[in-house]
Design a protein around this ligand. Structure first.
Ligand code: B12
Length: 386
């Protein structure tokens, strides 16, 4: 089976009209396209950075703010400047984009504009026809682009169910000083928000640190996926953060068939931290079998049901740190004490923390950041000791 088409969609700066793009995203997904959605009110620079890191075939922009001629052209210009002009730009904006505007935009390198009245089927078919064919693409100009393209090579190699023979990531060693942290937990527990807050702290505390995020969303074989974590990760839109979104492409358990190889490649690429986030997982999930993962964090919602449920969650035996997020909710104190007693049975020195990730400067997230960094002094990191 051929690898799915990946596109990135976004709404420009000073524009909150996201209902059109949300509808279009869903239609693309229904037709087997993987959509990395960046959200609304986005700078051209953020769109370009994300498109390069995600190594998409094209960027779809939905613009209603009236600045489309300049904005689309700016995205095209910046992609070209980065050596990524094989990433195409298309989009729409109903009646706010005129046919005259479109002619100017196409002269400036925009692939296609869709006008009011075009059917969803026609738009989807055009994207499949235009971006579905394999095209010859360069290895990439910058180190970041090279890395992004290698990740695509690995992921696409698995699309037919086989591990690529010449995987770009067959070496086993991590870069000296790289710390790999795995986050898992049920859907809706707040993993993505928690990671984003953690990234904010890491960027402040370590002014030179570079961080990679490998984030997963669910999909079944041959179908599309909404890869939407970038829309939540506001703090992670930073030049020191490399983020890659992956669909699980039919694999159960929280990760994709290509995750291990992609993680290995990231762990060899000189980042200080590599953070991996699973999809929302079930009771049986044990996603982090990889020896590459140094620490595992289970993020829980206080509302997990009866206490007996805790006996069934396998990750409670395996996680190094358990976080009860949303601890401003009524049941949170009960949850924390029930989980504490459950962890005591394991007698493994696992740590339990309570957080409210959505709250700015939450002391629980500060503690989590301390825990994840404390036993790796900068000197040891630079010397490559683990
Ligand atoms: C819905 C709407 C809203 C909703 C937005 C809800 C939301 N979350 O998106 C609300 C009520 C909140 C709203 C608010 C505002 N709006 Co308004 N809004 C509209 C409206 C009625 C429809 C836009 C829409 O979603 N269309 C549905 C899509 C699916 O259809 P379409 O637009 O025809 O698009 C086609 C193609 O272009 C294509 N397409 C569109 N995008 C993309 C992207 C890709 C990748 C692809 C492939 C295709 C594609 O898909 C469609 C295919 O048929 C338009 C008027 C209109 N009739 O267009 C005004 C309009 C866009 N809004 C306008 C304005 C001014 C505002 C406000 C500034 C009003 C105010 N003073 O507060 C605010 C700004 C909000 C903000 N934060 O940005 C103006 C913009 C004028 C301009 N730029 O010159 C418009 C044109 C109304 C007008 N005639 O004055 N708005």
């Amino acid at each position: 089976m051929a690898a799915p088409i990946r596109v990135l969609t976004a709404v420009p700066i000073c524009d909150g009209h996201d209902s059109a793009i949300n509808t279009i995203n869903l239609e693309f997904i229904r037709h087997g396209i993987e959509v990395v959605y960046l959200g609304y009110h986005r700078y051209a620079q953020d769109i370009v950075r994300a498109a390069i890191q995600e190594d998409v075939r094209a960027v779809g922009i939905s613009s209603y703010n009236g600045g489309h001629v300049e904005f689309f052209a700016e995205v095209v210009k910046q992609l070209k400047k980065c050596g990524a002009d094989d990433i195409k730009v298309f989009g729409g904006g109903g009646g706010t984009i005129t046919h005259d505007d479109q002619r100017v935009m196409q002269k400036r390198g925009v692939d296609k504009i869709f006008f009011a009245g075009t059917s969803l089927t026609d738009m989807t078919q055009w994207v499949r026809d235009r971006y579905g064919k394999a095209s010859k693409r360069g290895a990439g100009k910058s180190a970041e682009m090279k890395l992004a393209r290698k990740l695509t090579e690995i992921e696409d190699g698995y699309a037919n169910g086989k591990r690529p023979k010449k995987s770009a990531a067959t070496k086993t060693k991590k870069s000296p000083g790289t710390r790999v942290i795995g986050f898992t937990g049920p859907g809706g527990a707040g993993k993505t928000t928690l990671i984003d807050e953690l990234i904010l702290r890491l960027l402040h505390r370590e002014p030179k640190a570079r961080i990679a995020i490998l984030s997963h969303d669910p999909s079944v074989v041959g179908e599309g996926a909404l890869l939407g974590d970038r829309a939540t990760m506001i703090n992670s839109q930073d030049d020191r953060v490399f983020m890659r979104s992956m669909a699980t492409r039919g694999q159960a358990g929280g990760l994709s068939p290509a995750t291990e190889d992609c993680l290995r490649l990231l762990a060899q690429s000189g980042f200080d931290y590599v953070i991996i986030e699973t999809v929302g997982t079930g009771q049986e999930a044990m996603p982090f079998q990889s020896k590459l993962v140094d620490q595992t964090v289970l993020v829980m919602n206080p509302d997990y049901g009866a206490r007996l449920q805790l006996q069934k969650i396998v990750m409670l035996d395996l996680a190094d740190i358990v976080v009860v997020n949303k601890s401003d909710q009524d049941r949170a104190r009960t949850a924390a004490s029930e989980i504490e007693r459950r962890l005591e049975q394991n007698n493994r020195g696992q740590r339990l923390l309570s957080t409210v990730a959505k709250r700015h400067r939450d002391p629980g997230v500060d503690k989590l950041c301390n825990l994840l960094t404390q036993d790796l002094a900068p000197a040891a990191k630079k010397g490559g000791k683990k």
